[in-house]
Design a protein around this ligand. Structure first.
Ligand SMILES: [Zn+2]
Length: 386
């Protein structure tokens, strides 16, 4: 307070009155403000635009959300029919994406093939040189672990390529290396603990040995039971027809090489009605659109993420998203980010500077899900329009 102000005040009031006014007008508000912010449960949170705001903690601050990285098909190299089909020198083709893949509470992908060093009962192939039977050496599980994978789906059309020895060894190695897995009759689901929550994972495919995509009553029962012991339920599926002309979600039953590959739209919605909080699809080996139903996120196909040597990678077969998904502790979707990758040469993901898959996802969302008000920005961030 300035001397001149004090001088003026002293003309009109006694010093005790002045002191009382000082106390009420200056000291009390300062003390009250400090006490308020110390006792009321507020915290500083980022507002997503580079600023910080002071918000009550019952508002969802970023660290109260769960983050999940999800990718599609992974086959990191096969030693069948020849070890020439492995990356040179035991190289980990996930290395270029490691920092991105590790940067979430949980990281998930589809393991498209068995884990077996040698042997197994190889499926019947008329021409072994063209036989797409995937036998990944055991060290690929170290590569997955090193890249941050916490859990994988083992329900797909290549998990049976080396019969029961292949399936059994895949589970044994994943278990030994500490990666959770689900989707076979012998391992229908598993759970993992994150930020005080139990996250359940189950996975479906139309293929032998897998939890069946087309048996809805059984699928519902598994999802409902998993929901009863989990806070959040993740449902993965490997379904839908394959190939560059099969990027659309038809909302009908799809056939591929004489096989019923399911009605993935109907399946995903059924799964959410039964208690799923997120549906993570793959199988067409191309990227498909995203959907949101009852506040829960669905991706119908995440494409070829890391598929070495035995896959066609031209056009839309060689681009894929890495999804980083944020959801509330009740499983409701909040927002996501798409990192666009491409696979060049023999394969292995690298960042796509042209973000081709981002453009593809926007195109497919407009075409297949015009009723879902997605707001997908040029930098790959997306949420539902408010
Ligand atoms: Zn497949």
């Amino acid at each position: 307070m300035s001397d001149s102000f004090n001088a003026v005040m002293s003309l009109y009031m006694k010093s005790s009155t002045r002191n009382a006014l000082m106390l009420c007008g200056v000291v009390v508000p300062i003390v009250a403000t400090v006490v308020y912010f110390k006792t009321v449960p507020f915290k500083w949170i980022g507002n997503g635009r580079g600023n910080f705001v002071h918000a009550p903690i019952d508002q969802p601050a970023d660290d109260s959300l769960i983050s999940l990285i999800a990718v599609g098909d992974m086959m990191l190299g096969t030693n069948y029919p020849s070890a020439d089909l492995l990356p040179a020198n035991g190289q980990n083709i996930l290395d270029p994406l490691k920092d991105i893949l590790r940067n979430a509470d949980l990281t998930f992908g589809n393991l498209e093939g068995t884990v077996l060093n040698s042997g197994g009962d190889v499926k019947a192939c008329s021409d072994p040189s063209k036989c797409y039977a995937f036998r990944q050496p055991e060290y690929v599980v170290d590569h997955l672990k090193d890249a941050g994978f916490d859990m994988v789906s083992v329900a797909n059309n290549h998990m049976g390529d080396f019969g029961e020895p292949g399936r059994t060894n895949t589970q044994k190695v994943l278990k030994a290396k500490g990666i959770k897995y689900a989707g076979l009759e012998t391992c229908p689901w598993d759970t993992i603990h994150v930020k005080g929550l139990v996250i359940g994972l189950t996975a479906f495919a139309p293929n032998s040995g897998c939890l069946k995509l087309n048996e809805y009553e059984r699928a519902k029962k598994i999802i409902t039971e998993l929901d009863a012991i989990s806070d959040i339920v993740l449902v993965s599926f490997h379904g839908g027809a394959e190939g560059r002309s099969r990027t659309n979600v038809t909302r009908k039953t799809e056939e591929f090489v004489g096989e019923n590959r399911g009605n993935v739209y109907e399946f995903a919605h059924m799964a959410i009605d039964a208690g799923a909080d997120m549906v993570l699809g793959h199988g067409p080996h191309v990227t498909r659109a995203i959907d949101c139903y009852k506040g829960k996120f669905i991706t119908y196909s995440m494409g070829n993420f890391a598929t070495y040597a035995r896959f066609s990678l031209s056009g839309v077969s060689g681009i894929a998203p890495v999804y980083k998904l944020y959801f509330k502790r009740n499983g409701d979707f909040v927002r996501g980010e798409i990192v666009s990758i491409q696979q060049l040469g023999e394969g292995g993901p690298t960042i796509d500077p042209n973000k081709q898959v981002l453009a593809e996802i926007r195109r497919l969302c407009k075409m297949d899900f015009p009723e879902i008000p997605w707001d997908i920005t040029d930098d790959g961030k997306f949420e539902l329009k408010k």
